[in-house]
Design a protein around this ligand. Structure first.
Ligand SMILES: [Zn+2]
Ligand SMILES: [Zn+2]
Length: 73
């Protein structure tokens, strides 16, 4: 099983096949090219601004307001 975290909605998805296309089951974003094990991004996915890590475990982009939250189960 391989885990990927969606760059759009921040929710994890799992797949057994690495080569096939990988569409986020939560929001439909194509995350085929997203690196495996992608966790907390250092830079904003949308504008490249440095992400600010909050005490709550979220990261937020100070430029565009994009929030990333690592979902744990
Ligand atoms: Zn998604
Ligand atoms: Zn941003």
């Amino acid at each position: 099983m391989t885990k990927k975290v969606c760059v759009n909605c921040g929710r994890p998805s799992y797949s057994a096949a690495m080569e096939s296309a990988w569409i986020c089951p939560h929001c439909g974003t194509d995350i085929t090219k997203t690196k495996t094990g992608f966790t907390m991004p250092a830079e904003c996915f949308w504008c490249g601004e440095r992400m600010v890590r909050l005490k709550s475990g979220q990261s937020v982009c100070p430029s565009c307001g994009w929030r990333y939250e690592e979902v744990r189960r």
